[in-house]
Write a protein that binds this ligand. Sequence first.
Ligand code: ATP
Length: 339
Amino acid sequence: MINIDGSAGEGGGQILRTSLGLSLITGKPFRIEKIRAGRKSPGLLRQHLTAVNAAAKIGNAEVTGASIGSQALTFKPGNINPGEYKFSIGTAGSTTLVLQTVLPPLMLASSPSSISFEGGTHNPFAPPFDFLSKAFLPLVAKIGPQVTVELIRSGFYPAGGGEIRVRIEPAKSLNRVELVSRGKIKRAEGYALVAKLPDKIAERELAIIKNRLGWESSALHIRRDDTALSPGNVVSIEIEHENVVEVFTGFGEKGIRAEAVAEQAVKEAEAYLNSDAIVGEHLADQLLLPMALAGGGSYITLPLSLHSTTNIGTIKKFMDIDIEVSQIRDKLFKISLNS
Ligand code: ATP
């Protein structure tokens, strides 16, 4: 039984999700204590509980301690069953983080899966839908598995009720991917999504992108989604190079000015554009697991977040993989994985 300390490093939900996925893949049972001890409301929230139940369901696992607020659980994996599933969080908790849990085992399964996830689709502190579809999954496709994702309805805090549908085509073998150059720039666009809110908010946000990044109006777009159950607002900046797409996001919140929402995304995009990093902070922590499963890979990135260093620690608990972090120069690092 592998013992996981949920308070290590970042002390958040990713320690649990990585452990669930790797337990199913390796067949190794684990016990986790101090779940999300680094957070204001520790223990399992609905998103994490849905992830535990989803992992148990696709992997015929035996679980103890799976209840709201639980700070410890034991997970004994069984055989992975690809197929059709529907997982509803029941709150605005992030659908993409539940997907993050079940994707690694299902992308290595013997046949495809189709899954519907209900909950939040654009949550602060989680991968928003556009990041998933345009930045993360195309890199997973280079590693091998072809995963398509469709946004059926946006879901925002507090009502949730969003839906994404995902089709996972596993790969027979995974490729080692080396992300060492961005390639030529192909596209740079900004989007302001408004749901049940006036267009004026989106216009103010796009004006910030225009002024700060000097982009033409033709690269800036308003998107409306009035099918969402509650109001929502998200700014996405997409930068596509030949070898990688990055998506930087600002999340609207009640009481936060539109200009500040756009600034969040602009600051991240600027840090990336002013660097020689191939992938930004979030891809850096999320690529570790698929690359480890591929037996290796590498990428050049910005200084590692606590999420990344914590995820490295969790992966090493389950897998015998060497993950080397070397500094290239000021604020530029190379991550190399080798089995
Ligand atoms: P907790 O509530 O315990 O903090 P959590 O379950 O919400 O945890 P974390 O452990 O904080 O999750 O992990 C969040 C994940 O979401 C990380 O993989 C991180 O890279 C990703 N993420 C956060 N913000 C963004 C963003 N703007 N774009 C892409 N990915 C993001």
